[in-house]
Design a protein around this ligand. Structure first.
Ligand SMILES: C[S@@+](CC[C@H](N)C(=O)[O-])C[C@H]1O[C@@H](n2cnc3c(N)ncnc32)[C@H](O)[C@@H]1O
Length: 236
């Protein structure tokens, strides 16, 4: 989808590409970091409304440590991730025992003694009847930003369908000159986020960080790179 004054991008990541990025790098693809996200920690109270225990979905979760941190804060965490290699590494890297069952087209990995469940499968097919609950909040860190442009509205539709009324999304992604890289990660700029969400969400740009000297700018040879963080709240 083109819009808000920027050219469209044509990059396209298929399931095979994601799987091989995980396996070819031995579980260390370029986006993977071994720390909890700084901006999640900084803005989590906006997402939770300072409630002690809410239900949070982590979309396209990979093996991010954010899930462990959110569970340690007292929240119930559900991740959805297509690549099984990443899910297995999440549990083995962090020595978390788990059980696994197959249900509704997903492999459901449930941590023992921690409130973390990961549904391994295609999030475009994820529903609240599969999870058995609606969610208070979503942490979307490089999920919409990694999503092929033609699938963005489908991704947003899934988020809407699993969120409770007034549910919130903390959204983090990259913004750069889209003529410099075909994606993923795709460039998403604040006016485009407004356009994509405004019909069903209030949209607040919480922070707009300059990451021009960061690893993503270097990796893709970008002349500048920013990281917009948005808080979106369902109007339903
Ligand atoms: C850029 S990574 C981001 C991972 C994680 N959010 C993070 O920031 O560390 C995108 C992840 O989405 C997964 N993915 C891609 N398409 C998916 C889909 N349709 N459903 C669930 N996961 C998907 C990929 O396997 C990959 O692990």
């Amino acid at each position: 989808m083109a819009g808000a004054g920027q050219p469209s991008q044509t990059g396209d990541a298929k399931f095979d590409n994601w799987q091989s990025m995980w396996t070819n790098s031995n579980g260390k693809p370029g986006w993977q970091v071994d720390v909890v996200d700084t901006y999640l920690q900084k803005h989590v109270s906006r997402l939770t409304g300072d409630k002690e225990s809410i239900t949070i979905l982590v979309s396209w979760c990979g093996k991010c440590l954010d899930m462990i941190w959110l569970a340690e804060q007292g929240h119930t965490v559900v991740g959805v991730e297509y690549t099984e290699y990443a899910v297995n590494q999440f549990f083995s890297d962090n020595s978390i025992p788990f059980s696994m069952i197959e249900r509704d087209g997903f492999k459901v990995y449930a941590a023992k003694e921690r409130k973390i469940t990961i549904y391994c499968g295609d999030m475009f097919k994820f529903t609240s009847s599969i999870s058995g609950c609606m969610f208070d909040a979503v942490w979307d860190h490089h999920a919409l930003g990694a999503c092929n442009p033609s699938q963005r509205q489908t991704h947003i539709g899934v988020l809407r369908s699993i969120l409770k009324p007034q549910g919130k999304i903390l959204l983090s992604h990259f913004e750069y000159d889209p003529t410099e890289h075909s994606g993923p990660p795709f460039s998403l700029w604040p006016a485009l986020i407004q356009e994509l969400f405004k019909e069903h969400f209030s949209v607040e740009l919480v922070e707009h960080i300059d990451r021009s000297d960061g690893s993503t700018a270097k990796r893709f040879n970008l002349s500048w790179n920013k990281r917009p963080i948005h808080l979106l709240q369902s109007l339903n």
